[in-house]
Design a protein around this ligand. Structure first.
Ligand code: YXS
Length: 259
């Protein structure tokens, strides 16, 4: 494993995102390593997995690897996109996943964190949902992840402003579970993980799956889905989408024209 570290003591395991040079961007390689690690841990009858960045990281994850986004004419967040794979994997593991967040969380990494079962953050952490900053049309199941984690009005503010919200505000709103000082967050996180690990794993894994199924039980008519997909295609076929990607790569502010 080049971009993550896996530690496993007893029935609690830890995945540490460790690609600081790219701010733990969710590249296909980093995501592939996470998926492989989660599969291996399932076989080892782990009962809780903690996902964190390297101690003291200023950036937990910079989100989707922008370099791997298509430059137009293709859905950037289709079923087989790495971000979609890892969100589905987090939601379907038969054990709780606890995100321990130090540092800032950007774009698709916000969804990654919100797809975890429990989120514990240091006060300095912040969460920025940034599709609008790049001109990306977020996808339907991804929007549902946000709507299942936060009040719709807050989701709108996060998505429309693309500005970070603090861990304290996210906790006040019930979007994350706890804010714990950085020098106490490890002890707090593993004490909570141990509490989970002592309980009945079968009961917990079935309740997790029940909650996943219920959270996804939002009727959307075939016409509604097709309309959404048609609208999203207008976005990823737009000049603004291409400009957003180009501006990121050229390290300059984008100039969006609305088409
Ligand atoms: O220039 P080098 O080669 O050293 O690489 C730089 C950055 O290009 C790279 N990097 C990334 N590469 C690919 N994808 C990324 N998301 C990404 N973020 C960063 O990492 C190296 C160090 O970055 P640098 O110098 O900017 O670090 P910093 O400490 O000054 O600033 C850290 C950040 C996170 C504030 C800054 O890197 C940043 O704003 N990154 C982009 C955050 C973002 O907008 N993420 C959304 C990605 S798109 C996504 O998640 C979804 C598709 S969506 O848009 O729908 O939400």
């Amino acid at each position: 494993m080049q971009y993550i570290k896996v530690d496993h003591t007893g029935s609690v395991a830890t995945l540490t995102l460790d690609h600081g040079a790219k701010r733990n961007a969710l590249s296909s390689q980093l995501v592939g390593e996470i998926l492989e690690a989660l599969d291996n841990l399932r076989a080892k009858e782990v009962r809780v997995v903690v996902i964190r960045a390297a101690p003291g990281a200023k950036v937990w994850s910079a989100g989707h690897d922008v370099g791997e986004l298509p430059e137009g004419r293709r859905d950037p967040l289709g079923w087989d996109d790495p971000l979609r794979h890892v969100v589905r994997a987090l939601e379907t593991q038969p054990y709780p996943i606890v995100a321990m967040v130090e540092g800032s969380v950007w774009g698709g990494a916000c969804e990654f964190v919100l797809a975890c079962d429990i989120v514990i953050a240091a006060p300095e952490a912040a969460f920025a949902a940034t599709p609008a900053k790049l001109g990306v049309p977020y996808n339907v199941s991804g929007m549902l992840t946000f709507l299942n984690a936060a009040p719709a009005r807050v989701v709108r503010e996060m998505l429309f402003t693309a500005q970070p919200i603090s861990a304290v505000r996210a906790c006040d709103l019930g979007i994350i579970n706890h804010v714990v000082p950085a020098d106490e967050i490890e002890a707090f996180t593993y004490e909570l993980a141990d509490q989970i690990a002592k309980n009945a794993p079968l009961s917990i894994s079935v309740m997790k799956e029940q909650l996943r199924i219920l959270a996804g039980a939002h009727p959307m008519s075939p016409q509604g889905f097709e309309r959404v997909q048609g609208l999203r295609r207008q976005v990823y076929d737009s000049e603004d989408y291409r400009e957003g990607i180009r501006a990121f790569k050229e390290k300059r502010p984008p100039r969006f024209e609305g088409h």
